[in-house]
Ligand binder design. Structure first.
Ligand SMILES: [Zn+2]
Ligand SMILES: [Zn+2]
Length: 378
């Protein structure tokens, strides 16, 4: 005669989920085989406790049990012939994860039933030009990834056959070994943690349940995107193992340094060298901006090196807004080199007739500097 399940756990018939779990936990600790080595009675109790909890924690099974008693789970009953001990392949180990995982401080990787595993996240490095960041684009990328095998639909077993529960770990995917008071759990070496072994592997994926394929994905690069941006494509990572959910694909975006423009947020900087004579006499030049159009810059007479001109709205678009940064033109003055005799004569003559008004900064600079320090030392 089988014992009443509520009695086995020592709880009232109206016990809630929490009370069930707590009662199970206490008893499981007490009768755990690791704590009662060689004790047949304890082992039997431990099994009963597990079976009782397995049934009562499932609202549907519990309702059936309340109504029909143990008969609900006999052959032909609602348990579909599973009886007690079997349950789902993962059911038993799930309890262990719940209870003992918590006990050991958690942190252990959760494994859902049947060895299902979430696919790995993938990283894809993409480099775009500053022009592409300016205008945005749709990029087609080819990603080598593993996808669920279509022949075995991910089971890894040859069509018509099915994976068998691993004999070493009885489907839990883990084996336990006593080490003093504690017991150490490790991945089952026979099935590699799957809880199942495949005797007749699928010929396409060799039992892996997934195959490597190249997929083409369309990625939308929004205008104004910044260097170092990470774009997540949810569910586009590697296929899960044995029907687990896929991972995500992360695109790490970098913007290639530009030949002429440096970017600082939404603003652009461009260093433009002009000749000494243009800087002195004034002039004009055109810059081609990132939208492909030309902008004219007027250089007034007597422009100094380092002078900055702002072209409003000619910078980068700001991500997800209709604002645009500015473009700053920074003036460099190129000193003439490799002068001819004639050029040298002209410049020497120019020098001779130059006045303080022509060069207010450099004229007398060193005597002003000397005076400054002499005054300090007095
Ligand atoms: Zn396959
Ligand atoms: Zn195993």
């Amino acid at each position: 005669m089988k014992r009443d399940l509520y009695e086995t756990l020592g709880v009232a018939r109206n016990a809630d989920e929490k009370e069930l779990k707590s009662a199970f936990r206490k008893l499981a600790m007490k009768y755990h085989p690791d704590r009662n080595p060689g004790d047949q009675e304890a082992e039997k109790s431990f099994k009963e406790i597990n079976q009782a909890y397995e049934t009562l924690k499932d609202p549907q099974k519990r309702a059936a049990y309340d109504r029909y008693g143990h008969a609900a789970f006999e052959q032909g009953g609602m348990g579909a012939g599973n009886g007690f001990a079997g349950g789902s392949a993962g059911g038993f180990s799930d309890i262990f994860e719940d209870i003992f995982g918590e006990m050991m401080g958690g942190g252990r990787q959760r494994r859902s039933s049947g060895g299902r595993e979430r696919g790995a996240d993938l990283r894809y490095n993409m480099e775009i030009t500053l022009e592409e960041a300016y205008s945005g684009k749709t990029a087609q990328i080819r990603v080598p990834t593993s996808v669920t095998c279509d022949v075995c639909t991910g089971s890894g077993a040859k069509p018509g056959t099915s994976p068998k529960t691993c004999a070493t770990c009885q489907g839990s995917g883990r084996i336990r070994a006593a080490q003093g008071f504690f017991s150490i759990e490790r991945t089952c070496p026979t099935c590699g943690g799957r809880g199942q072994t495949i005797t007749d592997p699928c010929t396409k994926c060799h039992g892996q349940g997934r195959v490597t394929e190249e997929r083409t994905l369309s990625v939308n690069i929004p205008t104004g995107i910044e260097d170092g941006t990470r774009i997540r494509l949810s569910g586009e990572g590697e296929a899960g193992l044995r029907g687990g959910p896929p991972g995500d694909l992360y695109i790490f975006l970098s913007v290639r340094p530009h030949e002429f423009y440096q970017r600082d947020g939404a603003d652009l900087y461009c260093s433009v060298p002009i000749s000494m004579t243009t800087a002195t006499l004034g002039g004009k030049f055109d810059v081609t901006t990132l939208d492909g159009t030309k902008s004219r810059v007027t250089v007034p007479e007597g422009t100094q090196a380092g002078k900055q001109f702002r072209l409003k709205g000619k910078g980068m678009p700001v991500l997800r807004s209709n604002q645009t940064g500015d473009l700053y033109i920074q003036i460099q003055i190129e000193t003439p080199q490799k002068l001819t005799k004639r050029q040298r004569e002209l410049l020497q003559e120019f020098e001779q007739i130059s006045s303080k008004e022509n060069n207010p900064q450099s004229t007398g600079f060193f005597s002003r500097m000397k005076d400054f320090f002499d005054t300090l030392s007095e």
